[in-house]
Design a protein around this ligand. Sequence first.
Ligand SMILES: [Zn+2]
Length: 422
Amino acid sequence: MILVKDAIITGKKQDLLVEGNIIKKIGNISISEVSKDETEVIDGKNCVLIPGLINTHTHVPMSLFRGVADDIPLMEWLSGHIWPMESKLNEKIVYAGTLLGTIEMIKSGTTAFNDMYFFLDSIIKAVDETGIRSTIAYGMIDLFDEEKREKELKTAKKSLEMIKNLNNSRITGALGPHAPYTCSKEILESTNALAREYNVPIHIHMNETLDEINQVVEKTGMRPFEYLNSFGFFDNVNTICAHCVHLSDSEIQIMKEKNIFAAHNPVSNLKLASGVSPVLKLLENNVPVTLGTDGCGSNNNMNLFEEIKAAALIHKGVNLNPVAVTAKDAFDFGTKNGAKALNINSGEIKEGKLADFVLINMKKPYLTPKENIESHLVYSFNGVVDKVVIDGKLVLNDGKMVNIDEEKVYELSEEAYFELTN
Ligand SMILES: [Zn+2]
């Protein structure tokens, strides 16, 4: 059990008791009420306790690609730098990159993420060791080739079986067809069938750039959401669509009707000059918006507090509307909405919710005066958190990882980067 004493929880100073992996009680809880031998007491004085953030679009091992080839066009970035490096990936490199990325997320208050990548064994190993919660999909790309398609589907199915057999409630599977311009209709149809069979969500890139949308329109005569909807891709599954930068009104209607979640990646979309997602229109149509960082190659970090701030600012600017996307909206994108998208019983601090939460010491210049803490967390905070509890376990204590030798991870990461670039 964990007992947090004297923290600011939902606006007032109180205590919080964790039993197993669940928030058992919030209120005034005296130490004499709990068994001293079995309870870890955390001093929450001067701290605000918030739900852990949920990052709904990542390629976590790309943390090793941080700072590689900034400020160039997307296709040049991909074909000249990212794809050649990705061709050198191996299990060891992906393991190092995942450790690095998950530590970065935990240290900036993220307790769960939704990933799409390769070498899932290595990702799972690192996720298990760091203690974070994740939904993991093997990224499928068939480039309209039948042989490749069979291979990709086989790997995806194998990954789902492997994750199921882990029997680890922190690690769940998903299906990750890369995008409509890199995946055939057949693989997308099989994705829907597999998602139903395994009862897992689908994680896909949608409408990130004008160029890729034009490719789909030229090929099919339909915009990407219309095309996928024409063969039932969104039927009876939970779909998380990353980016959603350029959307027609009819595509927003499809998102609304099919209960599709948008994973908004404002920083990545700005850096790659893809555009700005019409988030206000999504909200007007009750399409749930969540937040993702995308991979570190296009961000260049995994600090979701930066996405929260960007989301709260950018839509005011592009809509010339100071009440567009309020601080509360943006914070909900990064917590409550993310939890719904990944079907995790978290994202809020309430009795009965999973014990996935974060403590932030408020004795910092940018968090003072403490009365306006909700505003500070969105507009003023840099994301450096103090303690993190995930699934009822303390994984970050006073800014340090509890179960991980961080020095070793930096060493492994430098070695992996050398291997990728030489
Ligand atoms: Zn992505």
